[in-house]
Design a protein around this ligand. Structure first.
Ligand SMILES: [Zn+2]
Length: 213
């Protein structure tokens, strides 16, 4: 970011995260872009990876939703958090019916991504939406862009681990886990996360994501 851009961000109202033309209203988007977010019933996505649980998503990964997710995640526009967290509400209501008493387990960022962003972007979306247990941790992992499905699968498996003690405590409570992620593509990450939790004795009937590719 240049100094001029940094000053503009400080003193002018931020532009809408999606169209980048209109000033943003509360929640990081202008009114028309806010209206273009998915508003219909959540839909069920069955990931290609067989071990991944079925995923309830707010919408497809395109348009305003895709822009908002990217700006939130890659450009740290944290004012989008309430907007995106709000989009998880309906998918989560559905999972509450299917998996009563479930706790939310966010897919963790790698330590490098966490450091770069300065926050755990998925956990931040979960907090206003339900009871969160950060039972998973992610070791270094290559960028999944350009990897084959088999490579994605093995990268996810090598990266995700249970946080010692927390997964066991969740298993002992007998409550199921609903995994939460921002975007689901092949389901490799969700499959690996579900495998880690299931090995610890936690049931993982469902996952929730903002968008499916
Ligand atoms: Zn806009």
């Amino acid at each position: 970011m240049t100094i001029a851009e940094a000053l503009r961000e400080l003193f002018l109202p931020a532009a809408c995260a999606a169209c980048r033309r209109e000033p943003s209203a509360a929640g990081g988007l202008c009114a028309p872009c806010g209206d273009a977010l998915p508003a219909g019933p959540p839909r069920l996505a069955i990931p290609r990876e067989r071990e991944a649980p079925p995923v309830v998503v707010a919408g497809a990964y395109d348009g305003v939703l895709a822009e908002a997710i990217n700006e939130y995640k890659e450009r740290r526009r944290r004012e989008l958090a309430p907007t995106l967290s709000g989009l998880l509400r309906r998918p989560l209501a559905l999972t509450a019916e299917e998996a009563p008493g479930a706790v939310l387990v966010p897919i963790p960022p790698t330590r490098a991504a966490r450091r770069e962003r300065g926050f755990d972007h998925v956990a931040a979306l979960c907090r206003p939406a339900g009871e969160v247990r950060r039972c998973l941790t992610a070791g270094p992992r290559p960028d999944s862009v350009g990897l084959t499905p088999a490579q994605r699968r093995s990268a996810a498996r090598r990266s995700l681990e249970a946080v010692p003690g927390r997964a066991a405590a969740l298993a002992a409570s007998g409550r199921p886990a609903v995994l939460v992620d921002d975007v689901v593509t092949t389901g490799a990450t969700l499959a690996a996360a579900a495998a880690v939790l299931r090995r610890a004795g936690v049931a993982v009937p469902l996952a929730v994501a903002l968008a499916a590719r």
